[in-house]
Ligand binder design. Structure first.
Ligand code: ZN
Length: 290
């Protein structure tokens, strides 16, 4: 089957309609809301607090690679201008690839949120400070197994294999996933990751006696001809969600760039086979926990 990619995918909600949905959502401590913003970007809302996972809300990669042999043609419209997200407490970057550390998203976000905290791998501190032209001391560093507490969010870094596990010269992980705990809830965002032996055990040890309510996992797989490091295939993401007994698995890292996408079909089929609860969000769509 060939897919026509000439038209941009329309997010379920954009701009003012998206903001209205965020503002209208309740601030009850017994539920949370999660919106997919495309690629690995999610907005988490809980009890009036807001955390942004890896936002990519610009066309910086499309522009950067426009005249090269590695064009990054955007498939889905931008959900929201980051300058309008003026209620964000915490943002994350799992690693320093631009779809996870985008200056054209983060600079307006920082300007709109003077008290913003940005969580990054400690190993990337100098790189991030240079890309964002910010004070390196402002950044909040994490590492494999290290927890930082920012207001109501407790965030633990976990090494990620994109496609290999990489360290800086001091042995710190340059690519992380994050476990985020808030209230009675736990969310795991794997970052760009294809998994590695022992990863499920390491993650389960990090969450202790809590259950992972939602696992956010990439499904774009690995193809050498793309010439970029790869991630879980859909069936691997589904299997991993089952291995960690995730209450819900949500796929990510697809429908952003034409050269690096897969349909969620394989993820869905494997989740169904394994009896793994899942939800495929459309871009701009909300998941609510109750
Ligand atoms: Zn990526």
């Amino acid at each position: 089957m060939s897919i026509e990619l000439t038209e941009l995918v329309k997010p379920v909600l954009t701009d003012e309609a998206f903001l209205a949905d965020v503002k209208a959502s309740s601030q009850q401590p017994d539920e949370f809301h999660l919106w997919w913003l495309g690629q690995s970007g999610f907005l988490l809302q809980w009890n009036g607090r807001h955390l942004l996972f890896d936002p990519y809300l610009s066309d910086s990669l499309t522009k950067k690679y426009a005249a090269t042999d590695k064009p990054h043609v955007r498939m889905t419209e931008i959900v929201i201008d980051p300058a309008k997200l003026d209620f964000i407490d915490v943002a994350t970057s799992t690693h320093s690839h631009t779809d996870h550390l985008d200056h054209e998203t983060l600079l307006p976000l920082m300007a709109a949120n003077p008290n913003l905290k940005l969580v990054i791998p400690e190993a990337n501190r100098a790189f991030v400070a240079d890309r964002l032209k910010c004070d390196a001391a402002w950044l909040v560093g994490s590492d494999d197994g290290e927890t930082v507490t920012l207001g109501d969010f407790e965030i633990t870094g976990l090494a990620a294999a994109h496609e290999e596990i990489e360290f800086d010269e001091e042995g710190r992980s340059t690519h992380l996933g994050y476990v985020v705990r808030f209230g009675d809830f736990t969310i795991y965002h794997s970052g760009d990751n294809k998994g590695f032996d022992g990863m499920a055990e390491e993650l389960l040890a990090a969450v202790g006696d809590r259950k992972i309510d939602v696992a956010l996992l990439p499904i774009n797989g690995r193809k050498p001809e793309r010439r970029v490091p790869g991630n879980f295939w859909g069936h691997e993401a589904a299997k991993f969600a089952k291995d960690i007994n995730a209450g819900l698995a949500i796929p990510m890292h697809f429908e952003m760039f034409q050269f690096n996408t897969e349909t969620p079909d394989e993820f869905v089929a494997t989740c169904e086979q394994l009896n793994q609860p899942f939800r495929v969000l459309k871009c701009g769509e909300r998941f609510s926990s109750n």
